[in-house]
Design a protein around this ligand. Structure first.
Ligand SMILES: [Zn+2]
Ligand SMILES: [Zn+2]
Length: 264
């Protein structure tokens, strides 16, 4: 069975990504209420009870809101690194020891024929990291909360089949917008979120012969719009010589509507 995924929800109101392969299925983050995530599973015709693990990226509420409730209700194992466990434990309630697993940064854990790899990002949390899925030569990269994309990260995430990539804000909208200055400064910093342009420059370094598409994720609801994100990213990619729409497809994600299941 092919590696498949759906971005169930993406944005500052809550994030969750569904991945499946070979009778196994996983969630990256569960940043909405348990009920909302169960509803999203119904929309993609999948059963949350069969999930083999929730991989937590970092302890911000938009990534962990439903982790505790779903783990307890459906007995789903939860994976996170030691520092993230420490930071999120007081926030998600008791998780029984048999459902608690460590997944340290820069490690690979194999689930049957699926290799899950973690890599560090630059974001204002205890020890934020994201996950890469490898299966039968295919590669799916998720990266939705980082202030910048380092050369080291580019090396790790290069030439994936698909990317779920942060395209958080339009710099002008953020600068002109209503957010207080300290919040603006946080978002624009190296440990905040990447802008449409910065995302596009990073992606242009990552795209390889295997790359088919990019899902633009974690769009700010106040400082971005789907069309603007797509346009800004396309423009940079085309400047860099890629043919958007033919060579590389760009896809929207939504805070409430899951993307159609895609085989990688
Ligand atoms: Zn975050
Ligand atoms: Zn976030």
């Amino acid at each position: 069975m092919a590696l498949k995924f759906s971005v169930l929800a993406s944005g500052s109101t809550g994030n969750a990504i569904y991945v499946e392969a070979e009778e196994q299925s996983f969630l990256i983050d569960a940043g909405l209420s348990g009920k909302q995530i169960e509803g999203l599973f119904q929309q993609i015709n999948r059963d949350i009870k069969t999930v083999n693990g929730i991989f937590v990226t970092h302890e911000h509420a938009d990534h962990i809101k439903g982790v505790g409730i779903l783990a307890r209700k459906h007995k789903i194992p939860v994976y996170a690194n030691t520092k993230t466990w420490k930071a999120m434990e007081p926030l998600i309630g008791d998780i029984s020891p048999e459902l608690k697993f460590n997944f340290e940064m820069e490690k690979v854990i194999s689930f049957g024929s699926v290799d899950v790899e973690s890599f560090g990002v630059s974001h204002d949390a205890a020890e934020p990291m994201f996950y890469i899925f490898h299966h039968e030569g295919k590669k799916l990269v998720t990266i939705t909360d980082t202030g910048y994309v380092s050369n080291r990260m580019v090396g790790q995430i290069k030439n994936a089949d698909y990317y779920i990539f942060e395209s958080n804000h339009d710099v002008e909208m953020l600068r002109m917008g209503k957010y207080p200055w300290n919040i603006k400064r946080r978002i624009l910093s190296d440990v905040g979120h990447v802008s449409n342009e910065d995302a596009a420059y990073a992606m242009s370094e990552c795209i390889g012969d295997q790359t088919k598409g990019i899902y633009l994720a974690h769009l700010s609801k106040d400082n971005n719009m789907k069309e603007l994100a797509r346009m800004s990213v396309s423009q940079v990619l085309e400047e860099k010589g890629f043919i958007v729409g033919e060579q590389i497809a760009l896809y929207d994600t939504d805070p409430k509507i899951p993307t159609a299941l895609r085989a990688v």
